[in-house]
Design a protein around this ligand. Structure first.
Ligand SMILES: *Cc1c(COP(=O)(O)O)cnc(C)c1O
Length: 453
Protein backbone atom coordinates (compact mmCIF):
# COMPACT_ATOMS: atom_id res chain seq x y z
CA UNK A 1 0.00 0.00 0.00
CA UNK A 2 2.81 2.41 0.84
CA UNK A 3 6.00 3.35 -1.00
CA UNK A 4 9.28 2.97 0.88
CA UNK A 5 9.79 6.71 1.33
CA UNK A 6 6.21 7.08 2.50
CA UNK A 7 6.78 4.37 5.12
CA UNK A 8 9.98 6.04 6.24
CA UNK A 9 8.12 9.33 6.62
CA UNK A 10 5.41 7.65 8.73
CA UNK A 11 8.01 6.07 10.99
CA UNK A 12 9.81 9.39 11.46
CA UNK A 13 6.57 11.27 12.10
CA UNK A 14 5.46 8.72 14.68
CA UNK A 15 8.74 9.24 16.55
CA UNK A 16 8.52 13.01 16.13
CA UNK A 17 4.91 13.62 17.15
CA UNK A 18 3.30 10.73 19.00
CA UNK A 19 3.46 10.08 22.71
CA UNK A 20 2.29 6.48 23.06
CA UNK A 21 0.20 5.34 26.04
CA UNK A 22 1.74 3.11 28.73
CA UNK A 23 5.01 3.30 26.81
CA UNK A 24 8.52 4.27 27.86
CA UNK A 25 9.18 6.53 24.90
CA UNK A 26 12.98 6.34 25.23
CA UNK A 27 12.84 2.66 24.34
CA UNK A 28 10.20 3.27 21.71
CA UNK A 29 12.34 5.87 19.93
CA UNK A 30 15.29 3.49 19.83
CA UNK A 31 13.47 0.48 18.37
CA UNK A 32 11.83 -0.36 15.05
CA UNK A 33 8.07 -0.20 15.40
CA UNK A 34 5.18 -1.85 13.62
CA UNK A 35 2.71 0.52 12.00
CA UNK A 36 -0.66 -1.02 11.21
CA UNK A 37 -2.39 -0.05 7.99
CA UNK A 38 -5.24 -2.52 7.60
CA UNK A 39 -7.12 -5.33 9.27
CA UNK A 40 -9.32 -8.24 8.29
CA UNK A 41 -10.96 -10.84 10.54
CA UNK A 42 -8.37 -11.88 13.15
CA UNK A 43 -5.46 -10.29 11.29
CA UNK A 44 -3.66 -6.96 11.16
CA UNK A 45 -1.50 -5.82 8.24
CA UNK A 46 1.45 -3.48 8.66
CA UNK A 47 2.58 -0.80 6.20
CA UNK A 48 5.00 -3.25 4.58
CA UNK A 49 2.12 -5.62 3.83
CA UNK A 50 3.06 -8.20 6.46
CA UNK A 51 0.07 -9.84 8.20
CA UNK A 52 -0.06 -10.59 11.93
CA UNK A 53 -2.53 -12.59 13.99
CA UNK A 54 -4.19 -10.22 16.49
CA UNK A 55 -3.67 -12.26 19.67
CA UNK A 56 -5.02 -9.61 22.06
CA UNK A 57 -7.99 -8.32 20.03
CA UNK A 58 -6.40 -4.88 19.59
CA UNK A 59 -6.24 -4.48 23.34
CA UNK A 60 -9.27 -6.60 24.20
CA UNK A 61 -11.83 -4.65 22.24
CA UNK A 62 -12.36 -6.76 19.16
CA UNK A 63 -14.99 -9.49 19.37
CA UNK A 64 -16.08 -10.47 15.88
CA UNK A 65 -12.90 -9.62 13.95
CA UNK A 66 -11.85 -6.57 11.96
CA UNK A 67 -13.78 -5.10 9.00
CA UNK A 68 -17.04 -6.72 9.95
CA UNK A 69 -19.49 -6.03 7.14
CA UNK A 70 -22.59 -5.57 9.33
CA UNK A 71 -20.81 -2.98 11.47
CA UNK A 72 -19.23 -1.20 8.50
CA UNK A 73 -22.70 -0.97 6.94
CA UNK A 74 -24.39 0.19 10.12
CA UNK A 75 -21.91 3.05 10.56
CA UNK A 76 -22.17 4.00 6.87
CA UNK A 77 -25.94 4.00 7.12
CA UNK A 78 -25.82 6.23 10.20
CA UNK A 79 -23.33 8.56 8.45
CA UNK A 80 -26.00 9.16 5.85
CA UNK A 81 -28.23 10.48 8.62
CA UNK A 82 -26.12 12.27 11.23
CA UNK A 83 -22.72 11.68 12.86
CA UNK A 84 -23.30 13.42 16.18
CA UNK A 85 -25.91 15.31 18.13
CA UNK A 86 -25.92 15.84 21.91
CA UNK A 87 -27.79 13.87 24.57
CA UNK A 88 -27.77 16.94 26.82
CA UNK A 89 -31.36 18.07 26.40
CA UNK A 90 -32.00 16.00 23.24
CA UNK A 91 -32.49 12.35 22.34
CA UNK A 92 -31.05 10.55 19.32
CA UNK A 93 -32.29 7.46 17.54
CA UNK A 94 -29.36 4.98 17.84
CA UNK A 95 -28.74 5.77 21.53
CA UNK A 96 -32.37 4.95 22.33
CA UNK A 97 -32.33 1.70 20.37
CA UNK A 98 -29.05 0.64 21.95
CA UNK A 99 -30.22 1.45 25.49
CA UNK A 100 -33.29 -0.72 24.96
CA UNK A 101 -31.11 -3.53 23.61
CA UNK A 102 -28.60 -3.31 26.47
CA UNK A 103 -31.23 -3.37 29.18
CA UNK A 104 -32.53 -6.51 27.47
CA UNK A 105 -29.21 -8.40 27.53
CA UNK A 106 -27.79 -7.12 30.85
CA UNK A 107 -28.59 -8.88 34.13
CA UNK A 108 -32.21 -8.10 34.93
CA UNK A 109 -32.77 -5.03 37.12
CA UNK A 110 -30.04 -3.09 35.30
CA UNK A 111 -32.38 -1.05 33.15
CA UNK A 112 -31.06 2.51 33.13
CA UNK A 113 -28.32 3.39 30.65
CA UNK A 114 -25.85 6.25 31.15
CA UNK A 115 -23.47 6.77 28.23
CA UNK A 116 -19.85 7.89 28.18
CA UNK A 117 -16.81 7.26 25.99
CA UNK A 118 -14.44 4.74 27.58
CA UNK A 119 -13.98 2.31 30.43
CA UNK A 120 -12.44 4.87 32.78
CA UNK A 121 -15.30 7.31 32.35
CA UNK A 122 -17.84 4.50 32.81
CA UNK A 123 -16.13 3.86 36.17
CA UNK A 124 -16.05 7.57 37.12
CA UNK A 125 -19.78 7.72 36.40
CA UNK A 126 -20.38 4.63 38.54
CA UNK A 127 -18.42 6.04 41.50
CA UNK A 128 -20.14 9.42 41.39
CA UNK A 129 -23.51 7.79 40.93
CA UNK A 130 -22.99 5.47 43.92
CA UNK A 131 -21.74 8.26 46.17
CA UNK A 132 -24.56 10.63 45.26
CA UNK A 133 -27.17 7.88 45.56
CA UNK A 134 -26.35 7.66 49.27
CA UNK A 135 -26.35 11.44 49.65
CA UNK A 136 -29.87 11.49 48.22
CA UNK A 137 -30.81 8.76 50.66
CA UNK A 138 -29.64 10.98 53.51
CA UNK A 139 -26.31 9.23 54.10
CA UNK A 140 -23.65 11.77 53.25
CA UNK A 141 -20.85 9.98 55.11
CA UNK A 142 -20.38 7.30 52.47
CA UNK A 143 -17.41 8.94 50.81
CA UNK A 144 -15.13 5.96 50.33
CA UNK A 145 -15.04 2.77 48.29
CA UNK A 146 -13.81 -0.76 48.80
CA UNK A 147 -11.79 -2.34 46.01
CA UNK A 148 -9.34 -5.18 45.54
CA UNK A 149 -5.58 -5.44 45.33
CA UNK A 150 -4.49 -5.95 41.71
CA UNK A 151 -7.72 -4.26 40.63
CA UNK A 152 -7.73 -2.09 37.53
CA UNK A 153 -10.55 0.27 36.64
CA UNK A 154 -8.95 2.80 34.29
CA UNK A 155 -6.55 5.71 34.30
CA UNK A 156 -8.57 8.76 35.32
CA UNK A 157 -8.00 9.81 38.91
CA UNK A 158 -11.20 8.38 40.39
CA UNK A 159 -10.56 5.08 38.65
CA UNK A 160 -6.93 5.12 39.81
CA UNK A 161 -8.10 5.73 43.40
CA UNK A 162 -9.93 2.39 43.33
CA UNK A 163 -7.05 0.74 41.44
CA UNK A 164 -4.65 -1.68 43.07
CA UNK A 165 -1.69 -2.10 40.72
CA UNK A 166 1.25 -0.37 42.37
CA UNK A 167 3.43 -0.14 39.30
CA UNK A 168 0.75 1.91 37.50
CA UNK A 169 -0.88 3.69 40.41
CA UNK A 170 1.65 4.37 43.20
CA UNK A 171 3.13 7.43 41.47
CA UNK A 172 -0.19 9.26 41.75
CA UNK A 173 -0.80 8.35 45.40
CA UNK A 174 -0.87 11.92 46.74
CA UNK A 175 -3.62 12.86 44.27
CA UNK A 176 -6.01 10.05 45.15
CA UNK A 177 -8.96 9.80 47.50
CA UNK A 178 -8.83 7.25 50.28
CA UNK A 179 -10.24 3.79 49.65
CA UNK A 180 -10.22 0.45 51.42
CA UNK A 181 -8.34 -2.42 49.81
CA UNK A 182 -9.15 -6.08 50.29
CA UNK A 183 -6.89 -8.97 49.23
CA UNK A 184 -7.48 -10.38 45.75
CA UNK A 185 -8.53 -14.02 45.45
CA UNK A 186 -5.24 -14.67 43.66
CA UNK A 187 -4.95 -18.36 44.43
CA UNK A 188 -1.54 -18.92 42.83
CA UNK A 189 -0.06 -16.34 45.19
CA UNK A 190 -2.47 -16.64 48.11
CA UNK A 191 -1.75 -13.97 50.73
CA UNK A 192 -2.86 -16.41 53.40
CA UNK A 193 -0.57 -19.18 52.23
CA UNK A 194 -3.48 -21.51 51.45
CA UNK A 195 -3.69 -24.03 48.67
CA UNK A 196 -6.71 -25.59 46.95
CA UNK A 197 -7.93 -27.99 49.66
CA UNK A 198 -7.02 -25.87 52.68
CA UNK A 199 -8.74 -22.69 51.49
CA UNK A 200 -11.44 -21.39 53.80
CA UNK A 201 -12.15 -18.30 51.72
CA UNK A 202 -9.85 -16.27 53.97
CA UNK A 203 -9.81 -13.42 51.44
CA UNK A 204 -13.59 -13.17 51.57
CA UNK A 205 -13.45 -13.09 55.36
CA UNK A 206 -10.96 -10.23 55.18
CA UNK A 207 -13.38 -8.36 52.87
CA UNK A 208 -16.08 -8.94 55.47
CA UNK A 209 -13.82 -7.64 58.26
CA UNK A 210 -13.33 -4.38 56.39
CA UNK A 211 -17.04 -4.06 55.70
CA UNK A 212 -17.91 -4.85 59.29
CA UNK A 213 -15.72 -1.98 60.49
CA UNK A 214 -16.32 0.61 57.80
CA UNK A 215 -19.56 -0.09 55.91
CA UNK A 216 -21.18 3.16 57.07
CA UNK A 217 -18.44 5.08 55.24
CA UNK A 218 -18.42 2.96 52.07
CA UNK A 219 -20.62 3.84 49.11
CA UNK A 220 -19.82 0.76 47.06
CA UNK A 221 -17.58 -2.22 46.50
CA UNK A 222 -16.08 -2.12 43.02
CA UNK A 223 -14.80 -5.30 41.40
CA UNK A 224 -13.86 -6.86 38.07
CA UNK A 225 -16.12 -9.92 38.21
CA UNK A 226 -14.41 -13.30 37.81
CA UNK A 227 -11.24 -12.11 36.10
CA UNK A 228 -8.99 -9.28 37.32
CA UNK A 229 -7.65 -8.65 33.89
CA UNK A 230 -4.99 -5.92 33.87
CA UNK A 231 -3.76 -7.13 37.27
CA UNK A 232 -2.51 -10.30 35.54
CA UNK A 233 -5.56 -12.29 34.37
CA UNK A 234 -6.31 -13.36 37.93
CA UNK A 235 -9.18 -15.85 37.69
CA UNK A 236 -11.34 -16.11 40.80
CA UNK A 237 -12.23 -19.36 42.50
CA UNK A 238 -15.86 -20.36 42.21
CA UNK A 239 -18.12 -18.74 44.74
CA UNK A 240 -16.05 -15.65 45.50
CA UNK A 241 -18.16 -13.36 43.31
CA UNK A 242 -21.38 -14.64 44.83
CA UNK A 243 -19.81 -14.16 48.25
CA UNK A 244 -19.04 -10.51 47.50
CA UNK A 245 -22.66 -9.94 46.45
CA UNK A 246 -23.93 -11.56 49.65
CA UNK A 247 -21.66 -9.35 51.80
CA UNK A 248 -22.81 -6.21 49.97
CA UNK A 249 -26.39 -7.21 50.76
CA UNK A 250 -25.61 -7.99 54.38
CA UNK A 251 -23.77 -4.71 55.00
CA UNK A 252 -26.01 -2.60 52.77
CA UNK A 253 -23.28 -1.43 50.40
CA UNK A 254 -23.72 -1.08 46.62
CA UNK A 255 -21.92 -3.44 44.25
CA UNK A 256 -20.31 -1.99 41.11
CA UNK A 257 -19.32 -4.64 38.57
CA UNK A 258 -16.67 -3.34 36.19
CA UNK A 259 -17.30 -5.60 33.19
CA UNK A 260 -15.23 -3.43 30.87
CA UNK A 261 -12.85 -6.33 30.13
CA UNK A 262 -15.09 -9.31 30.88
CA UNK A 263 -18.26 -8.12 29.13
CA UNK A 264 -19.52 -9.14 25.70
CA UNK A 265 -18.78 -12.82 25.74
CA UNK A 266 -15.13 -12.84 26.85
CA UNK A 267 -15.73 -15.31 29.66
CA UNK A 268 -18.10 -17.51 27.66
CA UNK A 269 -21.28 -15.77 28.79
CA UNK A 270 -22.47 -12.34 27.72
CA UNK A 271 -21.46 -10.90 31.10
CA UNK A 272 -19.22 -12.52 33.71
CA UNK A 273 -21.74 -11.87 36.51
CA UNK A 274 -24.04 -14.40 34.86
CA UNK A 275 -21.70 -17.28 35.79
CA UNK A 276 -22.73 -16.91 39.43
CA UNK A 277 -26.17 -15.40 38.84
CA UNK A 278 -25.02 -12.14 40.42
CA UNK A 279 -26.84 -8.89 39.71
CA UNK A 280 -24.78 -5.83 40.55
CA UNK A 281 -26.36 -2.46 41.38
CA UNK A 282 -24.21 -0.72 38.81
CA UNK A 283 -22.35 -2.22 35.86
CA UNK A 284 -19.68 -0.67 33.62
CA UNK A 285 -19.15 -1.85 30.05
CA UNK A 286 -17.02 -0.58 27.21
CA UNK A 287 -14.24 -2.59 25.56
CA UNK A 288 -16.24 -5.06 23.44
CA UNK A 289 -19.27 -2.81 23.10
CA UNK A 290 -18.62 -1.50 19.58
CA UNK A 291 -16.34 -4.38 18.50
CA UNK A 292 -13.49 -1.89 18.84
CA UNK A 293 -14.85 0.40 16.15
CA UNK A 294 -15.57 3.58 18.08
CA UNK A 295 -15.10 4.72 21.67
CA UNK A 296 -18.28 4.15 23.67
CA UNK A 297 -19.07 3.11 27.22
CA UNK A 298 -22.12 2.54 29.35
CA UNK A 299 -22.83 2.62 33.05
CA UNK A 300 -25.98 0.63 33.78
CA UNK A 301 -27.93 1.21 36.97
CA UNK A 302 -30.98 -0.17 38.71
CA UNK A 303 -34.27 1.69 38.92
CA UNK A 304 -33.69 2.01 42.68
CA UNK A 305 -30.57 4.09 42.05
CA UNK A 306 -32.14 6.06 39.21
CA UNK A 307 -35.20 6.89 41.30
CA UNK A 308 -33.08 8.37 44.09
CA UNK A 309 -32.04 11.12 41.68
CA UNK A 310 -35.62 12.13 40.88
CA UNK A 311 -36.83 15.38 42.41
CA UNK A 312 -37.91 18.92 41.72
CA UNK A 313 -35.46 20.98 39.65
CA UNK A 314 -34.72 23.16 42.65
CA UNK A 315 -33.75 20.17 44.83
CA UNK A 316 -30.50 19.77 42.85
CA UNK A 317 -30.79 16.00 42.77
CA UNK A 318 -29.79 16.04 39.10
CA UNK A 319 -26.83 13.83 38.17
CA UNK A 320 -24.43 16.55 37.08
CA UNK A 321 -22.23 14.52 34.79
CA UNK A 322 -21.91 14.31 31.01
CA UNK A 323 -19.46 14.36 28.14
CA UNK A 324 -19.45 16.17 24.81
CA UNK A 325 -19.78 12.91 22.90
CA UNK A 326 -22.28 11.23 25.24
CA UNK A 327 -24.44 8.79 23.25
CA UNK A 328 -22.62 9.43 19.98
CA UNK A 329 -24.92 8.11 17.21
CA UNK A 330 -22.14 6.56 15.08
CA UNK A 331 -20.75 4.65 18.06
CA UNK A 332 -24.23 3.52 19.12
CA UNK A 333 -24.90 2.32 15.57
CA UNK A 334 -21.67 0.28 15.69
CA UNK A 335 -22.67 -1.24 19.04
CA UNK A 336 -26.14 -2.15 17.81
CA UNK A 337 -24.69 -3.98 14.83
CA UNK A 338 -22.09 -5.74 16.99
CA UNK A 339 -24.71 -7.01 19.44
CA UNK A 340 -26.79 -8.12 16.48
CA UNK A 341 -23.93 -10.35 15.31
CA UNK A 342 -23.99 -12.27 18.62
CA UNK A 343 -27.50 -13.39 17.74
CA UNK A 344 -26.93 -13.90 14.02
CA UNK A 345 -23.68 -15.88 14.31
CA UNK A 346 -24.36 -17.59 17.67
CA UNK A 347 -21.05 -16.21 18.87
CA UNK A 348 -21.32 -17.57 22.42
CA UNK A 349 -22.40 -21.06 21.38
CA UNK A 350 -19.56 -21.25 18.86
CA UNK A 351 -16.99 -20.61 21.55
CA UNK A 352 -17.44 -24.03 23.15
CA UNK A 353 -14.84 -25.66 20.87
CA UNK A 354 -12.30 -22.85 21.06
CA UNK A 355 -12.56 -22.63 24.86
CA UNK A 356 -12.00 -26.40 25.13
CA UNK A 357 -9.00 -26.18 22.83
CA UNK A 358 -7.56 -23.21 24.75
CA UNK A 359 -7.86 -25.15 28.00
CA UNK A 360 -6.12 -28.25 26.66
CA UNK A 361 -3.37 -26.11 25.10
CA UNK A 362 -2.91 -24.28 28.41
CA UNK A 363 -2.57 -27.60 30.22
CA UNK A 364 0.21 -28.38 27.77
CA UNK A 365 1.88 -25.00 28.30
CA UNK A 366 1.78 -25.49 32.08
CA UNK A 367 4.36 -28.27 31.66
CA UNK A 368 7.03 -25.81 30.48
CA UNK A 369 9.79 -25.29 33.07
CA UNK A 370 9.25 -21.54 33.53
CA UNK A 371 5.47 -21.56 33.57
CA UNK A 372 4.24 -21.13 37.14
CA UNK A 373 0.52 -20.92 36.52
CA UNK A 374 -2.00 -20.97 33.67
CA UNK A 375 -5.52 -19.65 34.11
CA UNK A 376 -8.48 -18.79 31.95
CA UNK A 377 -12.16 -18.07 31.92
CA UNK A 378 -13.63 -18.44 28.45
CA UNK A 379 -11.37 -16.84 25.85
CA UNK A 380 -9.35 -14.73 28.26
CA UNK A 381 -6.24 -16.38 29.61
CA UNK A 382 -2.98 -15.67 31.37
CA UNK A 383 0.27 -17.62 31.54
CA UNK A 384 2.39 -16.57 34.52
CA UNK A 385 6.10 -17.01 33.91
CA UNK A 386 8.39 -17.60 36.89
CA UNK A 387 12.11 -17.84 37.42
CA UNK A 388 11.69 -20.88 39.63
CA UNK A 389 8.77 -23.21 39.09
CA UNK A 390 8.97 -25.06 42.39
CA UNK A 391 9.10 -21.99 44.63
CA UNK A 392 7.11 -19.70 42.33
CA UNK A 393 9.88 -17.09 42.56
CA UNK A 394 8.96 -14.45 39.99
CA UNK A 395 11.20 -12.94 37.35
CA UNK A 396 12.21 -9.39 38.27
CA UNK A 397 9.88 -7.11 36.33
CA UNK A 398 12.83 -5.18 34.87
CA UNK A 399 13.83 -8.32 33.00
CA UNK A 400 10.77 -7.84 30.79
CA UNK A 401 10.38 -11.57 30.29
CA UNK A 402 6.83 -11.04 29.02
CA UNK A 403 8.06 -8.68 26.35
CA UNK A 404 10.83 -11.09 25.36
CA UNK A 405 8.10 -13.63 24.62
CA UNK A 406 6.01 -11.05 22.75
CA UNK A 407 8.95 -10.08 20.53
CA UNK A 408 9.63 -13.72 19.71
CA UNK A 409 5.97 -14.14 18.78
CA UNK A 410 6.18 -11.16 16.45
CA UNK A 411 8.86 -12.93 14.45
CA UNK A 412 6.29 -15.69 13.94
CA UNK A 413 3.57 -13.28 12.85
CA UNK A 414 1.64 -13.06 16.11
CA UNK A 415 0.95 -9.86 18.05
CA UNK A 416 0.51 -10.16 21.82
CA UNK A 417 0.98 -7.73 24.69
CA UNK A 418 1.99 -9.08 28.10
CA UNK A 419 1.11 -7.78 31.56
CA UNK A 420 4.47 -7.90 33.32
CA UNK A 421 5.40 -11.58 33.61
CA UNK A 422 1.97 -12.73 32.50
CA UNK A 423 1.41 -13.64 28.86
CA UNK A 424 -2.09 -12.58 27.84
CA UNK A 425 -4.23 -14.54 25.40
CA UNK A 426 -7.30 -12.60 24.27
CA UNK A 427 -8.10 -13.39 20.64
CA UNK A 428 -11.29 -12.21 18.94
CA UNK A 429 -14.15 -14.48 20.04
CA UNK A 430 -14.69 -15.38 16.39
CA UNK A 431 -11.26 -17.03 16.12
CA UNK A 432 -11.36 -20.47 14.50
CA UNK A 433 -10.03 -23.64 16.12
CA UNK A 434 -7.24 -23.76 13.50
CA UNK A 435 -6.10 -20.19 14.14
CA UNK A 436 -6.23 -20.61 17.91
CA UNK A 437 -4.06 -23.70 17.53
CA UNK A 438 -1.57 -21.64 15.57
CA UNK A 439 -1.68 -18.84 18.15
CA UNK A 440 -1.00 -21.27 21.00
CA UNK A 441 1.74 -23.01 19.04
CA UNK A 442 3.56 -19.73 18.51
CA UNK A 443 3.13 -18.73 22.17
CA UNK A 444 4.51 -22.06 23.37
CA UNK A 445 7.50 -21.80 21.07
CA UNK A 446 8.09 -18.16 22.05
CA UNK A 447 7.97 -18.92 25.77
CA UNK A 448 10.46 -21.73 25.30
CA UNK A 449 12.77 -19.47 23.30
CA UNK A 450 12.52 -16.47 25.64
CA UNK A 451 13.08 -18.52 28.80
CA UNK A 452 15.77 -20.76 27.24
CA UNK A 453 13.77 -23.88 28.03
C1 LIG B 1 -9.54 -1.39 30.21
C2 LIG B 1 -10.30 -1.35 31.47
C3 LIG B 1 -10.80 -0.14 31.98
C4 LIG B 1 -10.48 1.18 31.35
O1 LIG B 1 -11.02 1.33 30.08
P1 LIG B 1 -10.43 2.45 29.09
O2 LIG B 1 -11.36 2.41 27.94
O3 LIG B 1 -9.05 2.03 28.77
O4 LIG B 1 -10.48 3.74 29.83
C5 LIG B 1 -11.57 -0.19 33.12
N1 LIG B 1 -11.84 -1.34 33.72
C6 LIG B 1 -11.38 -2.51 33.27
C7 LIG B 1 -11.75 -3.78 33.98
C8 LIG B 1 -10.57 -2.57 32.14
O5 LIG B 1 -10.07 -3.72 31.71
Amino acid sequence: MSYPDEIKHLQESDREYIWHPFTQMKGWLEEDQIIIAEGRDCFLKDVYGKWYLDGVSSLWVNIHGHRKKEIDDSIRDQLGKIAHSTLLGLGNVPSIRLAEKLSGIAPKALCKVFYSDNGSTAVEVALKMAYQYWVHKGESGRNSFLSLKYGYHGDTLGAVSVGGIDIFHAAFGPLLFKTYKAPAPYCYRCEFGKTGGSCGQECLHELENIMGKHAAGIAAVIIEPLVQAAGGMIVWPEGYLKGVRALCDRYNVLLIADEVATGFGRTGKMFACEHEAVVPDIMCISKGLTNGYLPLAVTLATKEIFNAFLGEFSELKTFFHGHSYTGNPLACAAALASIGIFEKEHTLQNMTDTIALLESELADVSELPHVGDVRNKGLMAGIELVRDKSSGEPYAWEEKVGWRVAYKAREEGVLIRPLGNVIVIMPPLSISVELLKRLMGVIKKSIAAATNS
